[in-house]
Design a protein around this ligand. Structure first.
Ligand code: PEP
Ligand code: MG
Length: 560
């Protein structure tokens, strides 16, 4: 293994600790495998594995509750019940009595339930993944393989995985995770977003990361994108000193966002729920620019109740009485599936399928309930509530959403601009709504035809692509206030360029706020405009970065 592994640094900071890997898929036990003849022992082994899985799921549920995730506890408790299902146990016993080996018997018995669930309507079909998880846990025990899912550890660790799904992180205790390292995932993948939100260093798009043996000590530099196995104490100290120097340069980064010559650019936080509000405030957010409401319900089987939605929104609204909170309606589908909003069937390209507003049109009652809960949550508060829809493509969709908002009594409707068609024809959409928020993560994914979850395409998932700047410009010039809430806003140099293009506010993971604030404060609006023009005139990502930096001399003072 080389001395230093290079990936894409997506969440700054330095951390060193032992590797814990999320194990890959558990293989299917071969069809026709039989046991040695002792059916009684084989039955006992199979049933003990199922019981052990149930106990472990219950324990994880208790831990999820302890880290403030009662929903995780509910889901894990339901999974434990499935593992103890008497019908399942009978089926496993019967197969073993016919000579089938325990692992294969377990696999086949789960298969029966899987088929039943898959054919029992959309709601039940969405539970197949849970069933597969229990099966894989039981099989891992029976086959002596590492347990799938987030690993257990008595000490803080560097979490290494092929990729992380948002649901994988539901039971993570932030105090336990030193850093994330993944083979897949680009700079805008949810691994990157979650890491930045948690303030944990992260490196993604690192091929071969899962080959790092469990327990190997590694040094992760989330700014440089490097992972060094077996670092010396001097390596660790040097990396920490560099990170501390940058932190010191940020000490004067306080107050509302503005350029050096006083052009105001509100700096807002992206959050996934009330748990992220403290970090937003600690980093000086002037409000919330993107409340990803689907993150509240990722592990839910049933639609949330009106009361719990109202409470989750009100808790956040109350924190910013003089600011704004931009709530996004559920962006279900593709990389953020919600079990209670399943797509109509197997989608060959989920990112191009039913997600975001498209899903809300399929389930209008869920949209209406969410908007009503938001309207109730804001009653009596001074916070400006703005509500926007994800994945809007054209003016007709924007009009549909604005009408739904009007019906619910929401005063400030907006749309995300994250589909290239919407960016190109932003002027058609502007009359329908009060504001835009550009989602550069998806805008880049769709404009560059590069799936944001595929690590090998990280170079194309880059919002410095001049084509992306060409798409931002018409949205920023369409005549309504236009923020950016994609990860591009968290890049201090690009933040200046976006302001130069006419973007009116920037929203990002909270830990990125101080550096962006400091970068803006060191440049005039005119410098930002020149940087934007230079970047747009460039022909490649590298040239765009370089051309913009030539007009942003203050970045060097910040060590970036
Ligand atoms: C985006 O696409 O840029 C965005 C902010 O939304 P999400 O990352 O949640 O898809
Ligand atoms: Mg998006």
């Amino acid at each position: 293994m080389p001395e230093v592994l290079q990936g894409a640094g997506v969440s700054p900071g330095v951390g060193a600790g032992p590797v814990r890997t999320i194990a890959g898929a558990v293989p299917e036990p071969p069809a026709g495998s039989t046991h040695g003849g002792d059916a009684e022992a084989e039955r006992a082994t199979a049933l003990a594995a199922l019981e052990a899985v149930a106990v472990e799921l219950e324990e994880r549920g208790t831990r999820a509750a302890a880290v403030g995730n009662p929903m995780g506890e509910e889901v894990l408790g339901a999974q434990a019940l499935m593992a103890r299902d008497p019908g399942l146990a009978d089926d496993v016993r019967a197969r073993i009595d016919r000579g089938v080996a325990a692992p294969r018997a377990v696999f086949e018995s789960f298969g029966v339930y899987r088929d039943l669930l898959a054919g029992a309507g959309e709601y039940m079909a969405a539970r197949v993944t849970d069933l597969d998880d229990i099966r894989d846990r039981a099989l891992a025990r029976l086959l002596g393989l590492p347990m799938p899912g987030v690993p257990e550890s008595d000490e803080p660790f560097v979490l290494v995985a092929r990729d992380l799904a948002p649901a994988d992180t539901a039971v993570l205790d932030p105090a336990q995770v030193i850093a994330f390292v993944t083979e897949e995932g680009g700079p805008t993948s949810h691994t990157a977003i979650i890491a930045r939100t948690m303030g944990v260093p992260a490196v993604v798009a690192l091929p071969g990361a899962t080959a790092l043996a469990d327990g190997t000590r590694v040094l992760v530099d989330g700014a440089a994108g490097t992972v060094r196995p077996d670092p010396s104490e001097a390596d660790v100290a040097a990396a920490r000193a560099a990170a501390a120097a940058r932190a010191a340069a940020l000490e004067d980064s306080t107050g509302p966002g503005a350029t050096k010559d006083g052009h105001k650019v509100p700096l807002l936080a992206n959050i996934g729920g009330p748990k992220d509000v403290d970090a937003a405030r600690a980093n000086g957010a002037e409000g919330v620019g993107l409340y990803r409401t689907e993150f509240l319900f990722l592990d839910r089987h049933k639609a949330p109740t009106d009361e719990e939605q109202e409470a989750a929104y009100r808790t956040v609204l109350e924190v910013f009485p003089e600011g704004r909170v931009v709530v996004r309606t559920l962006d279900a589908g593709a990389d953020k599936p919600l079990k209670f909003l399943p797509p109509p069937g197997e989608e060959p390209n989920p990112a191009l399928g039913e997600r975001g507003l498209r899903m809300s049109r399929r389930y209008p009652d869920v949209l209406a309930a969410q908007l009503a809960a938001l309207a109730r949550a804001t009653a009596g508060l001074t916070t400006k509530l703005q509500v926007m829809a994800p994945m809007v493509t054209d003016a007709a969709e924007a009009a549909f959403f604005a009408a739904a908002c009007r019906d619910a009594g929401i005063a400030h409707p907006g749309v995300m601009i994250e589909v290239p068609a919407a960016a190109l024809r932003a002027r058609d959409i502007a009359p329908e709504v009060e504001f835009f928020s550009i989602g550069t993560n998806d805008l880049t994914q769709y404009a560059c035809a590069a799936d944001r979850q595929v690590g090998g395409l990280a170079h194309l998932q880059d919002p410095w692509q001049p084509a992306i700047l060409d798409l931002v410009a018409p949205a920023a010039e369409a005549g309504v206030p236009c923020g950016v809430c994609g990860e591009a806003a968290a890049d201090p140099a690009l933040a200046c360029v976006l302001v130069g293009l006419g973007v009116t506010s920037l929203s990002m993971s909270a830990p990125a706020l101080p550096l962006v604030r400091a970068a803006l404060a060191r440049h005039t609006l005119d410098e930002c405009r020149q940087a934007a023009a230079a970047a747009r005139a460039a022909r490649t990502v590298a040239q765009a970065r370089e051309a913009a930096r030539a007009h942003l001399p203050g970045l060097a003072e910040l060590g970036i």
